[in-house]
Design a protein around this ligand. Structure first.
Ligand SMILES: *Cc1c(COP(=O)(O)O)cnc(C)c1O
Length: 405
């Protein structure tokens, strides 16, 4: 990594090393400012952001409508307890339910917490309806559902479990995309099936044709709840407001977080009335869940996606980026696969992508790599052609073996 660093960067990195828990491998730069698809580090260098804080900043950085809504709410009321009615919470729930399959929303602060709520609701619903031994949840290999104890257990990837055993009882794993395996895994204890409609951290994996529809039919036939984790795919990321809309089916429960607040921490579990009724007063709670500030941000983020045509832009720019990536694939034989939907695209390489990510960073373009070999593009939904061209130009330069840079 050859991004040069002056004193202030070095000092901060040293201080971080002393006092920040070492849970992340971080790039040696300190980002301090953002606008649209651009961010700046503390030394004033500008970067093109094709990552959007890992699918969080779907409106781009510091969108004026989002900033205005946050400032306005901050001057009125930051927090009150859920012992009282909270206007922005009610209005955000109404908006989310109007634009989805759902009847009810429970608000929390992160994706892991939203999935915790979904797991708890599924257990409570199944136990009340079918008996105490109905608690098991089937999840998929290469899934990612968060880092709490229940959600690492739901996450069927060993690397997230190591050192934290014993895991939570009541989970069973089957291969993503294999409907027969899901059917075979169902037993007298099964309460629900839970999955991401398109896997994110697991390598940007698309569901095979008919898979999600098949799981829906299977859940109906076997009286199971279907939980979709749309923490990464939600809020327009794939070109529809929610990814399930691509597949002609609806879940019983859906979880959201990441881009729900456009950059402010908020998570939500949405559910149909039939499932949601299992949560009564005292069933579940969160001190900060649905607080006025986060919900004001959520309302502004969702309204902006809908009113500013960001779904159309996502579909258009997603197609454009995909076409450009496919062109690169025909040029470089080490690109094994291009996949994804909308502005959630993965480029699978034959080798590890770490050096490619670093070389892009040297050229001031931020991208990500997941599952070691899958370069991942998650740009803000406001991204334009020139920005896509620049990212592709840099990637082409970095891929070119004749380029020593
Ligand atoms: C990021 C992510 C989570 C976890 O969200 P946190 O806010 O980090 O807890 C859960 N599920 C999916 C699909 C994610 O991409």
């Amino acid at each position: 990594m050859s991004v040069s660093s002056n004193n202030v960067t070095q000092q901060l990195i040293q201080l971080a090393d002393t006092h920040i828990a070492h849970t992340y491998t971080r790039f040696p730069l300190v980002l301090v400012k953002g606008e649209g698809c651009r961010v700046w580090d503390i030394e004033g260098r500008e970067y093109l952001d094709m990552l959007a804080g890992l699918a969080v900043c779907n409106l781009g950085h510091c969108h004026p409508k989002l900033v205005a809504a946050i400032c306005e709410q901050a001057q009125k009321l930051l927090h009150v307890s859920n012992l009282y009615q909270i206007e922005p919470q009610i209005r955000l729930a109404d908006l989310l339910c109007q634009h989805s399959f759902a009847d009810k929303a429970f608000f929390c602060n992160s994706g892991a917490e939203a999935n915790e709520a979904a797991i708890k609701l599924a257990r409570k619903y199944a136990k009340e309806k079918y008996g105490n031994d109905r608690y098991e949840i089937i999840t998929m290999t290469n899934s990612f559902h968060g880092r709490t104890m229940a959600t690492i257990t739901a996450t069927a990837q060993e690397k997230f479990h190591k050192g934290f055993e014993p895991l939570l009882p009541g989970f069973k794993y089957v291969p993503f995309g294999d409907i027969a395996a899901a059917r075979a895994a169902i037993g007298p204890n099964t309460a629900a099936i839970m999955l991401e409609p398109i896997q994110g951290e697991g390598g940007v994996n698309m569901p095979p044709p008919g898979y999600l529809e098949g799981l829906r039919a299977l859940c109906d036939e076997q009286n199971l709840l279907l939980i979709l984790d749309e923490v990464q795919t939600g809020m327009g990321r794939t070109g529809k407001l929610f990814a399930y809309e691509h597949f002609g089916m609806e879940p019983d429960i859906m979880t959201l977080a990441k881009s729900l607040g456009g950059g402010v921490a908020i998570g939500a579990m949405l559910a149909k009335d039939e499932a949601a009724k299992a949560f009564g007063p005292g069933s579940h709670a969160s001190t900060f869940g649905g607080n006025p500030l986060a919900c004001a941000a959520g309302i502004a983020a969702l309204s902006t996606i809908l009113e500013d045509g960001l779904l159309d832009n996502c579909r258009m720019m997603g197609e454009y980026l995909l076409t450009k990536l496919v062109k690169l694939k025909s040029k470089y034989s080490f690109i094994k696969d291009i996949r994804g939907k909308g502005l959630m695209l993965g480029v699978e390489l034959e080798f590890e992508g770490k050096d490619i990510v670093n070389a892009c960073l040297d050229r001031r373009v931020l991208i990500n790599c997941t599952m070691d070999k899958v370069l991942r593009f998650l740009p803000p939904l406001v991204v334009n052609k020139e920005e896509v061209d620049r990212a592709i130009g840099v990637l082409d330069e970095v891929f070119d073996p004749n380029n020593s840079g």
